[in-house]
Design a protein around this ligand. Structure first.
Ligand code: TYD
Length: 213
């Protein structure tokens, strides 16, 4: 069975990281070793860029600079983590990928979507996730699960309106048929959400098995 690339997306506090770690474990138990990745971050360059991107002291950051830094981090993640893992036959479970840039930078910040699309083509190119699962919940649910006001990062300090635009962006992209995206209701208990994610990955595996013969 060839290596596969799965992505978890969604606004803050929807449990992406917990679910990504669980899915990687679950896949490994099925005899499918999986590597987890996160964006921005996961490489020496990515982690330095992440620190800049999340620093509330760097304000304002022009949206055009923000989107370039996100793709710079992604470029390192692709070449140093994702591609080597896929080439070695491992699965990759990524905590955020390119749909974050459409949702946050285009819909959230107002960067022209063509600009994000151009960077997507240039940096990500043919590498498309096999399955992107968007964890959907009203932003106030997710934000309530995050740090208190004193410890919020540059994104967590954004207004509810901003996160509403981001959420709409994800839903819009999924509706418009963005690459193999499914939406999962993440306002429920973690265990319930997990069941749906495992079911989606299992279904994907079955379809692949039929397809690959
Ligand atoms: P992350 O650590 O996944 O946030 P959380 O765990 O709180 O959900 O991501 C950090 C922030 O970076 C998050 O607020 C979303 C933002 N982001 C973008 O705006 N664009 C992107 O392309 C990516 C990958 C992340």
């Amino acid at each position: 069975m060839t290596a596969r690339f799965i992505v978890l997306e969604g606004v803050e506090g929807t449990g992406k990281s917990t679910h990504a770690a669980y899915l990687a474990d679950w896949l490994a138990k099925q005899g499918r070793p999986a590597v987890t990745a996160r964006e921005p971050g996961g490489t020496p360059l990515g982690e330095r860029l992440r620190a800049l991107l999340l620093d509330p002291g760097i304000s304002p950051m022009p949206p055009q600079a923000e989107v370039l830094l996100m793709f710079a981090a992604r470029s390192a993640s692709i070449s140093e983590v994702i591609l080597p893992a896929l080439e070695s036959g491992a699965w990759v479970v990524c905590d955020r990928f390119v749909e974050s840039s459409y949702a946050y930078q285009a819909y959230g910040r107002g960067v022209p979507i063509e600009h994000v699309r151009a960077l997507d083509r240039q940096i990500v190119g043919k590498l498309r996730p096999d399955l992107t699962m968007i964890l959907d919940a009203p932003p106030e649910v997710g934000l309530a699960r995050k740090a208190g006001p004193g410890k919020r990062d540059r994104f967590e300090q954004e207004s509810l309106k901003f996160f509403e635009r981001v959420r709409e962006g994800y839903l819009h992209r999924a509706e418009a048929g963005a690459d193999r995206c499914i939406v999962v209701d993440a306002s429920r208990e973690l265990a319930e959400v997990r069941k749906d994610l495992v079911a989606a990955v299992s279904q994907f595996l079955e379809e692949k098995a039929v397809h690959d013969g």
